[in-house]
Ligand binder design. Sequence first.
Ligand code: ZN
Length: 297
Amino acid sequence: MTLEDLERLGPPVRYTSDRTQAIYLHSCGDETGHFYINVTTGGWKCWKCGRYGFIDGYTDWEGRPPAPPPQERPKPPPLHTIDAQRVTRGTPQYDYLRGRGLSDDDILFYDLRMSKREKYSRQVIFPVYDRGYRGFITRYIDSEQKQWHKGPDGKWKSRTLRYLNSPGFNRQQTIYNYDKVLLCEEIQIAEGIFSAMALGRNAVATFGKDVTLVQLERLLVLPAQSFVVALDGDALSQALDVRKRIEERGRVAKVMFLPEEHDPDSIPTLRGITVKRLTETEALRVRFALARKKARV
Ligand SMILES: [Zn+2]
């Protein structure tokens, strides 16, 4: 079974109560839903006819429209070439991630790494698992990391460094956490990695306020029943535009309204499951509650 077959099946009939499996009708004459697909592994089994297997290309499918040929998209160095290892307790990287509200479980789920190499010694490494693309993004754990460079006028200037991308990273196409949302019932769309993590495991990050055409197409081929657009609070117009573009394709989309100075990661009460199923009205209520709270301070 290929992902294209999956697309033809359309949205699942239902999900199991723990949301780990999507249930479809199988072509063997199944009329009530015996065809279970594990949303994490891509493994499937029909309990009516007994057939089972894995979704082909679950690990190398490139999405649609097709990605440019390989020569235009250089392969990033595999993670092992930078000696990346899982972030462990007792390291500055671990303390940084915990300080940002992530749990041990999150570190495992997102496969967060660090490296002893000098260049990466003060960074957390976020592997990007996006179908054929296996790159990474790193985040400096210190708030002030300056890089000096010569400006066009010949004067030295400094800029604050926060993120580094691996070679071949293409912000127009790449989607953070794409591999983990392939079969999610609802997909949340955030700008940044930390925002996506704050929203929950069904959230992806587009690395910017603009969801590109390629990124949107890649999300729309997935069978999700609905999308939540959760861009930063200052990107409301972009968020409304993304919702419009999703709705024009006959799909369900909601916008998460946030106060202008907020993003999904900056509101502790929104972390995790509590925001997952906010309706638009509920999200508005949160927005007003936060605005009121701010006015009181
Ligand atoms: Zn069957």
